[in-house]
Design a protein around this ligand. Structure first.
Ligand code: G6P
Length: 613
């Protein structure tokens, strides 16, 4: 993870870099730093903590300069402190670097640099890289771009880096492999960043840097790109489809709450141009172009991490029900290393909000190398995973800034549902009549979500009751088992309350031992799908004095009578319940975290985009 940003141009770099860091802070927020070139001076300021801590310190210093680089960190090598924060400088204090990623062979490189007289101040792999560039530069007597190129040829690992050089205030050299990097092209100025969010207010012309490419940004010249193997590349300038208002809180106290409330709209955006309600039809171009791959797939493997993995599980239920194709849902981090059996006629669906998750990207590469067809379901347009898949479908949820995923999750479920319905209809495993019924109901979901959000104040009230809890259990069956997992994850992530999601019937094989009058148990018990069975599970909890918070269908009388608190959701098709049931669980986690005084948008130890293993 980590966020990197750079600027070179006519304006003062400092305010642009700080504002950019604030936009990138979702990527990591345990320390931050900035390096500015002011004529012959190279000024580097770093601080443990948030970007605001860096600002407090830097404001007292010389922050002049029209070129600079800055970094917000999520620690991998070395604890989060001021010394390990980026930028790191070479021993000569001539070069400063920022880095997102991991240099895997840093120990070997470090040993050899020590033999050449280099000493190290930090525990980071990044300091090794900047010293290596310094060494290569001096021993080969080459310019900065060439030195970066030669050094990167010795590096194993992942990186997005930017380097500046004292006495050379006209150039930033940057490069990437595995970690994202985008350059914004302004009028006589360049911006570079981990994603386009810090760039959007200055320019909408961007170039996404490819793997193993080095970019030289020089004052008065055009952007230059070549590979680390020395092949010159023509930059492909793209237009950015992102607006500034999408990156602001718009009156909400937190991005997470804003994103929860955006869901009726993001769902409509996900379905726009794809769901035709008049004809009750779905059109997905990623499907149409590769129809045979979907219809002939003997097996579908879904690979993802975190919340995206939970969406994948819901996808499995839908695909198996409607398409009768066996589906395996794999954690990307396990899949990539456990020597999985992958056939050429497997269809692999990679799901990722960011499109940058290192494990999912590696899982995609692995599946590709076995000849499987890869379909990506991603949110961030132009990110690495969609660029490495054979086909795909964007979720179009818009930028998600709160670290805990909400609107991206429901958009992923929407896309997976549309895909399952379409494959099922085309294969003939789902009758046209049922297909049209569900398509039609899918179109009603945004409106049903809207009515559900009206219960926000009520949820905020009862959430206060549960801030005492140390543990929570979430239960669901069928399509709602993954929703239980996701509800528990939301609570864990932002309130630091331990929570477990379980298939409701599995509770009696262990977790029931935990039930006491202290234990809140959240049960997703809609009328659609195994209702009576879930009622029995609730009775089992009640008999042991557990406190029941239930999600029920409007009009329910049985479960509501058994519950301490309940939230009603509108009636819908069984496969669509997750889209509604997820909302109260998101709101409940949010309000509990707020009452507990937690940093909802930037929970401790987490980062939004995990670009390291
Ligand atoms: C991180 C985030 C999670 C996210 C997961 C997968 O852990 O904090 O919210 O679900 O990465 O991210 P992706 O971008 O691949 O969906």
């Amino acid at each position: 993870m980590c966020g990197i940003i750079g600027y070179i141009g006519k304006r003062q770099a400092y305010p642009i870099l700080i504002k950019g860091l604030q936009r990138l802070e979702y990527r990591g927020y345990d320390s931050a730093g900035i390096a500015l070139l002011d004529n012959d001076l190279l000024n580097v300021y770093k601080a443990k903590g948030k970007v605001s801590d860096l600002v407090r310190f830097a404001e007292q210093q010389d922050v002049n300069g029209t070129i600079g680089i800055a970094h917000t960190r999520w620690a991998t090598h070395g604890e989060p402190n001021q010394i390990n924060a980026h930028p790191h400088c070479s021993q000569s204090e001539e070069l400063a670097i920022i880095h997102n990623g991991i240099i895997e062979n840093y120990a070997v490189l470090k040993e050899s640099l020590i033999k050449h007289g280099y000493t190290f101040q930090s525990q980071t792999d990044t300091e090794v890289l900047v010293q290596l560039i310094d060494y290569v530069k001096k021993s080969n007597n080459v310019d900065l771009t060439k030195a970066v190129q030669l050094a990167l040829n010795q590096v194993v690992g992942a990186y997005a880096i930017a380097v500046i050089e004292k006495g050379n205030p006209d150039v930033i050299v940057a490069a990437r492999k595995g970690s994202p990097l985008v350059v914004g092209i302004g009028d006589g100025e360049f911006f570079l960043a981990s994603d386009a969010t810090p760039i959007v207010e200055y320019t909408n012309k961007v170039v996404y840097i490819g793997d193993e490419e080095i970019v030289t940004l020089k004052r008065g010249e055009d952007i230059k790109i070549k590979t680390i193997a020395d092949v010159v590349k023509t930059p492909e300038i793209q237009r950015l489809e992102l607006t500034l208002s999408q990156l602001e809180k718009g009156g909400y106290p937190h991005f997470m709450l804003k994103e929860i409330f955006e869901q009726p709209k993001t769902l409509s955006d996900s379905m726009r141009g794809r769901l035709n309600l008049e004809e009750k039809e779905i059109k997905l171009s990623g499907f149409i172009d590769n129809k045979e791959k979907f219809l002939n797939a003997k097996r579908i493997i879904i690979t993802a991490c975190g919340t995206s993995w939970h969406a994948g599980l819901i996808g499995k239920y839908a695909i198996e029900e409607f398409c009768r194709i066996p589906v395996e849902v794999e954690y990307s981090s396990e899949f990539r290393y456990r020597k999985p059996v992958i056939h050429g006629d497997d269809l692999v669906i990679a799901i990722s909000q960011s499109g940058e998750t290192a494990d999912t990207l590696a899982a995609v590469e692995l599946a590709k190398s076995h000849g499987a067809f890869i379909f990506g379901i991603c949110n961030v347009v132009g990110s690495s995973i969609p660029r490495n898949t054979n086909s795909g479908c964007y979720t179009h949820a818009g930028p998600e800034i709160g670290v805990a995923s909400t609107k991206a999750f429901t958009a992923q479920v929407t896309v997976l549902t549309m895909l399952a319905l379409l494959i099922g209809k085309e294969k003939g495993t789902l009758s046209v009549e049922r297909y049209k019924e569900i398509v039609s109901e899918l179109g009603n979901i945004p409106q049903k979500m809207r009515s559900l959000l009206d219960q926000n104040d009520m949820i905020a009230q009862f959430a206060k009751t549960f801030t005492y809890a140390q543990n929570f259990i979430y239960l669901g069956r069928g399509y709602n088992y993954p929703v239980a997992l996701e509800g528990a994850l939301k609570l864990k992530e932002i309130s630091y309350i331990h929570a477990e999601g379980y298939p409701a019937a599995e509770m009696k094989h262990g977790p029931i031992a935990l039930i006491s009058q202290e234990m809140p148990v959240v049960v997703i018990a809609p009328s659609a799908g195994m209702y009576e069975k879930v009622v029995s599970n609730i009775q089992e909890i009640k008999a042991r004095k557990g406190r029941i918070i239930s999600i029920v269908t409007e009009g329910d009388t049985v479960v509501t009578n058994l519950s301490d608190y309940y939230i009603s959701i509108p009636d819908t098709e069984e496969c669509l319940v997750p889209l509604l049931a997820a909302i109260p669980l998101q709101l409940m986690a949010y309000h509990i975290a707020v009452v507990k005084g937690c940093n909802v948008d930037q929970p401790r130890n987490l980062a939004k985009s995990v670009t390291v293993e």
